[in-house]
Ligand binder design. Sequence first.
Ligand code: HEM
Length: 462
Amino acid sequence: DGTEEIPGPSGWPFLGNIRTVDSEVPLKSILNLADQYGPIYKLNFAGRTVVFCSSWELINELCDEKRFAKSVNSALKEVRNAVHDGLFTAKMGEPNWGIAHRVLMPAFGPMSIAGMFDEMHDIAGQLVMKWARHGSSVPIMVTDDFTRLTLDTLALCAMGYRFNSFYHDEMHPFIEAMGSFLTESGSRSRRPPFASILYRDSTHKYFEDIDWMRKTADEVLMARKENPNDRMDLLAAMLNGTDPKTGQKMTDSSITDNLITFLIAGHETTSGLLSFAFHQLLKHPEAYRKAQNEVDQVVGTGKIKIEHLGQLKYIAAVLRETLRHSPTIAQFAVAPIQDEIIGGRYKVPKNQTIALLLAKSQMDTTVYGKDADKFKPERILDENFDMLNKKFPNCWKPFGNGTRACIGRPFAWQEALLVMAMLLQNFNFRMDDPNYQLHINQTLTIKPKGFYMRCSLRENLT
Ligand code: HEM
């Protein structure tokens, strides 16, 4: 009938391809398999099939929301154990998604995010102070400090809560619980169901972590209800907002689901972006120089103001090019609404999970040319970015697609621009080990592993 079987490696009985995939950095195997089997292939995880797509053409087809919808499977299904039908993990059609989405859209709009600038600046200032005190004699554990930054920023802007991560060596217990919960969610999704008996201790710890996170978030919620204040943060938006469509308010448990969702969705992604961006700048001195010059020209030596951020065109391109090379959410998943044929010849049944492999599709030479694998912010400056998106729709997708795209994008963008500008304004950076080769740490997101920098305060500044 003109259709073809989707290729893929043969697997073991029961286990399927579980052993084909590296347990520490699954993405590495997933990308290698794409090199081996081409732009579409399938794997079987103990009876559950996942199709992986990695060419721009296929990704573009899969972004058609009339034919495909977000699939909540694998690790996301496990994350639901903690945050249920919160925005990120809701299945299509769950009513709480619609209510939360409509209540929260204005709170994530440009005006509202601009109102968070001072609090973002406060936390970024704490990072600058810490690194200034370190001086150049101490290696900076880049990803850890960016994670302190993004978590503290999110908790402050979302709910007026201060983790004060820069004042402790140990991470806050909530953060510990969240970290091990996320890692375990990933591991659980790759285990065959019949293996759960072997993992009793981790399962016990997993549900303890969930209790811990929910208890902490509930406490913040209750404290605000008992002592209302005039903060205009995300928590206030959720407590006071009414869904214009149904007239309903968000329930307390839906608010808790979403408070934890923001912390999960918003911290590793942005911290990974900042870490990869600095790694790229240190590997590309010309881009580094241009980025720092831009800050000097636009901001000078004074305090960074919100008006400056929109003028940092080159730094915006650095961030975009970083997310093209290293999308911190390296893949997202959809499923056909009806039985489908994709790529003109591959049958995929309704509800079949299909992973969109951004870490590969965003390197497609059809879109980005022969030097697609080079780091070149120029190719993705505003005008070029618009042209690329017109000519190759859906070629740059690090924030996901359509109605289920990232609601926190303006938040992440403002924070990332501010932090890049503040750091380049105040410091000169170098690689701690000039021979460092990029390795990836993977939880639900990817981050550089073992990446250290050194910084020194710039002399022309006080
Ligand atoms: C959804 C990426 C920052 C909250 C998503 C999705 C992606 C993504 C790819 C879609 C996932 C899917 O289809 O399964 C990123 C990246 C970020 C970032 C790369 C930073 C560089 C943030 C921040 C927040 C946030 C700061 C919160 C303040 C969310 C939420 C969703 C989401 C709630 C679910 C939206 C929905 O389905 O209605 N993000 N994100 N993200 N993100 Fe982000």
